[in-house]
Design a protein around this ligand. Sequence first.
Ligand code: 1GP
Length: 267
Amino acid sequence: MSRAASHGGTLPGGAAGPGDTRDIAWPPPPPPWQSWRHVTKLDPDRQLPDRAIELVLASGTDALVLGGSSGVTRQKVLDLWDRLRSAGCRLPLVLELTDGDLAIPGFDLYWVPAVLNTPSGAWIFGHQARAMSQMLTTFGDYIPWSILLPAPYVVLNPAATAARITGATALTPSQAAGYGGLARLWRLPLLYLEYSGTYGDPELVRQVRRAAGPGTHLVYGGGIDSPGRAAEMAALADTVVVGNLVYHAPEQLAATVAATRQAPPPP
Ligand code: 1GP
């Protein structure tokens, strides 16, 4: 049995995405996400000028993640995806699957988020189980398991929307390291330290990196708005994510990519 067939063959109806009606093998092989050093996050709920899209695509970033903490709808994702395709995007596209309604076929990879440091179990697995149930009902054998990736978050900026929604609170470096140790214990392939909107504590990232061990891919996001910050976090985390800069000063994104590439990978 071919790889595609073993995972479900072609898409129902042969749809590959907006405007594309060819049959395609589904799912494609997972992209080499472990080698991505710099990822750019685009929020389908935010206005993004054409010029900013051009600068993102020219920046040298390794991949694009489409996602946001609130207001993301299926139509907004499709609209942004269409704009990226129209602009000639050839980068791997990741969709953050925060809701069953966002289960849109055709992305290269899907991050299925959970927030680990929340007092509410609903944000750890409750919403995800409901979304998964919906997907099992809707897509059944067509669920592309090989390109679904768990994205467990530790949310570290109490002022961020994700923290306010989930009740996540600030952590000391040693408290955060506990989540790194749990990631190692549970063999989590990825752990996302999310400071969205503010620059994080390098010492906390260092301690989490050490606790998580080599088997967990550490992602850092938050407040990277200069080459210096990109370099500092890229030396501590396997992947750095840049979001807000695209909306405030997209012409500076390429410099964060260059700094990330020059930084030594974390020990
Ligand atoms: C957001 O981690 C990303 O989910 C990036 O954070 O928007 O602060 O760059 P910023």
